[in-house]
Design a protein around this ligand. Structure first.
Ligand SMILES: [Zn+2]
Length: 269
């Protein structure tokens, strides 16, 4: 963890320092070595929160964009279960910075636990993800919308999308901030899954993301922008499905049917 409690204050780890865990209250030891970022650790290295992930520089640089009093917040649900949120805003939005793989059950239990949860996923952990993602962007369709939105027809062919295309609110971070100018760096927002198998994504400036959460206005953005666009995407798909249903398969010529199936088979490879 980045912070321990020392005399009622959140303190970062320094050599030899001692503090208490904000969640369970037990003693924490400061770990300040060369290999890992400075952090606090429970004795015996066992964390009281099974959801806690060892932190990388990537976690730390993300968290440090937000006020100290919003970082590493113990969040309780109605049953009294508690976990430490990476960032929790005043309005109750939780940001989780996810570096390692999460299985679908774990991801879902966090969505249910935090309710207002937004994921920022490290897209640089596996080398192939960024390449796959770029390929996906090249093969996708640009929708005719006011804001740039792309649609991909086979999200399951791309590992990151396969893992995250569900009802989560996800922003992918491909670490552009390190190379490009920070102001131009973008994240990719993945719209939650609809009834179709398509996935829709939208580029989102990293700076704007930080600004929105710092000003705690994501709730409004969600209500006024993301949610209506998502509804429009769903309605569009429904209209398309209805239109497709009008074309009965037997109205296609034998050749068209053959081509359609061939195309399908090829795209699944
Ligand atoms: Zn603890």
């Amino acid at each position: 963890m980045k912070y321990a409690i020392v005399k009622n204050e959140k303190i970062e780890a320094t050599k030899g320092a001692k503090g208490a865990c904000p969640s369970c209250g037990s003693d924490l030891i400061a770990k300040c070595g060369e290999l890992k970022v400075n952090h606090w650790s429970h004795k015996g290295n066992r964390n009281c929160d099974p959801w806690w992930e060892n932190e990388t520089e990537w976690h730390r640089s993300w968290k440090s964009n937000f006020p100290k009093e919003w970082q590493e917040i113990v969040h309780f649900d109605e049953s009294g279960e508690k976990h430490i949120a990476d960032v929790k805003t005043k309005n109750g939005w939780v940001l989780e910075f996810q570096h390692s793989f999460l299985n679908p059950e774990e991801r879902q239990s966090r969505n249910l636990f935090y309710k207002q949860l937004v994921w920022v996923v490290d897209g640089t952990r596996r080398k192939t993800d960024k390449k796959q993602f770029q390929k996906m962007l090249e093969e996708s369709v640009h929708l005719k919308t006011n804001i740039p939105i792309i649609r991909t027809h086979f999200p399951d062919e791309y590992r990151l999308l396969k893992e995250w295309h569900n009802d989560s609110l996800v922003f992918f971070d491909f670490g552009e901030a390190e190379n490009a100018e920070k102001s131009k760096s973008i994240l990719w927002f993945l719209f939650p899954k609809t009834t179709s198998s398509n996935a829709c994504l939208s580029p989102f400036p990293r700076e704007k993301f930080i600004e929105i959460f710092k000003s705690d206005s994501f709730g409004e953005i969600y209500k006024n922008n993301i949610s209506p666009i998502h509804t429009e995407i769903k309605n569009g798909e429904r209209r398309q499905q209805a239109a497709n249903a009008q074309i009965r398969p037997d109205s296609l010529s034998g050749f068209d049917r053959y081509m359609r199936n061939k195309l399908r088979r090829r795209r699944r490879l």
